[in-house]
Design a protein. Structure first.
Length: 129
């Protein structure tokens, strides 16, 4: 449970960094900053549901570009998150593909740095055979 909460917090902070750094990504915090936590939940759901499918469908392009097409997949996931959060009234917007592209890169880098700071997940206790 702790790992899930840490992942959720890290995703929230990474999205906040993207809002601060990338022009074209905005979050309306007038109704409360806690809604960014809900946006992170939406982003996690979009990643869990759609990323495997998009990765499978774009596998030839990912291989052809030596993995750089993952940045396009991340941009699409961020755009879908923006669409879903607008439908839910959460106030997170992405202005187009290029802000989503750079935002996906910033979210990936910020998440990696934050996960490095929080330490590796605890090893699961193994039961003897």
């Amino acid at each position: 449970m702790r790992e899930l909460l840490v992942r959720w917090l890290v995703t929230t902070l990474a999205l906040y960094v993207a809002v601060l750094v990338v022009p074209g990504i905005a979050f309306d915090s007038a109704q409360g900053s806690w809604r960014l936590v809900l946006v992170a939940l939406v982003f996690g759901g979009v990643n869990a549901l759609l990323k495997p499918l998009l990765t499978l469908l774009s596998c030839p392009l990912i291989l052809l570009t030596f993995g750089f097409f993952f940045l396009v997949v991340n941009a699409l996931l961020l755009m879908i998150t923006s669409w879903a959060s607008l439908k839910l009234g959460l106030g997170f917007t992405v202005a187009g593909f290029w802000p989503a592209f750079w935002g996906g890169l910033v979210v990936s880098i910020a998440s990696t740095v934050l996960f490095a700071l929080t330490g590796p997940p605890k090893a699961r206790a193994q039961t003897p055979p």
